[in-house]
Design a protein around this ligand. Structure first.
Ligand code: GLP
Length: 255
């Protein structure tokens, strides 16, 4: 795992966007995996600026979102389908319909999840998967004790996640209790995992994910099994790591 500690929170998005742009420049029909939430917002605004300046073209790029709430209409402003349209497809000038989002309103979730997995396979897999991390260590919506081999499926959200995400809704009661999420096994199949985090409220989850034992107690620790995982964090999110001197040295002396 490569751990990159940047000086300021805003540098997280800049650094991650550069890595993504470089992947897209070597493979024009790249398949991107998108995370929602606040952590990757800087990535999307950096990529949008590159697209506006003509430095990046994502018109042949397709993608998949990690997750979706169950039971709110796709048009609801807090739905991840709405996020993808508003914060990704539009500003990044991607083709309409080029980013698939799990269907939170399917009449048959098992079947919908299987079809979502099949679409990822038919697209040739995900080249670079953007990930945020929940304060409890979740990635996507894989809450603690998710199977490390799990596939896309329906999950029950923890109270902590519902509280953390209440800011996107009018009240906590409005936050759905269930979601559809790519599984940890699904996420591990992406060719490159790029996890970003900012702020001290993520420090404990980052320490557990990067330096703790691999355990479903901290689902993000499964990144330790991946052969190409990059973690980009600011100093506050790195606050509880023990080996920061080594990470900084390794980055500075990278060939
Ligand atoms: C949400 C999303 C995750 C996201 C995480 C952190 O619940 N399902 O994909 O990474 O929580 O969110 P934020 O970046 O807003 O802190």
């Amino acid at each position: 795992m490569e751990v990159i500690i940047v000086d300021a929170a805003a540098d997280v998005g800049r650094m991650a966007a550069r890595i993504i742009a470089s992947t897209v420049s070597t493979k024009s029909a790249a398949v991107l995996g998108f995370a929602t939430g606040s952590s990757p917002a800087g990535i999307y605004s950096e990529l949008a600026a590159m697209v506006r300046d003509g430095a990046l073209d994502l018109s042949s790029t397709t993608g998949f979102a990690l997750d979706e709430y169950v039971g709110i209409p796709a048009g609801h402003p807090a739905s991840y389908a709405a996020f993808v349209q508003r914060d990704i497809v539009g500003p990044l000038k991607m083709r309409t319909g080029s980013v698939r989002v799990p269907d939170g309103n399917s009449a048959d979730h098992d079947r919908g999840c299987l079809e979502f997995e099949n679409k990822i396979s038919r697209a040739g897999g995900i080249d670079i998967q953007i990930l945020g991390i929940g304060a409890n260590g979740h990635i996507g919506f894989n809450e603690p004790t998710s199977s490390l081999k799990s596939r896309t499926r329906i999950k029950t959200l923890t109270q902590q996640t519902r509280t953390d995400n209440a800011r996107f809704f009018n009240s906590q009661n409005e936050v759905p209790t269930h979601c559809i999420t790519q599984g940890l096994g699904t996420i591990l199949e992406a060719k490159h995992l790029l996890l970003v985090a900012q702020g001290e409220q993520k420090a404990q989850a980052i320490a557990a994910a990067v330096e703790g034992p691999v355990s479903s107690r901290c689902p993000a620790s499964v990144l330790q099994f991946h052969n190409r995982a990059t973690v980009i964090i600011d100093g506050a999110a790195a606050g509880l790591l023990e080996l920061t001197d080594y990470y900084r040295h390794a980055f500075r002396s990278k060939p």
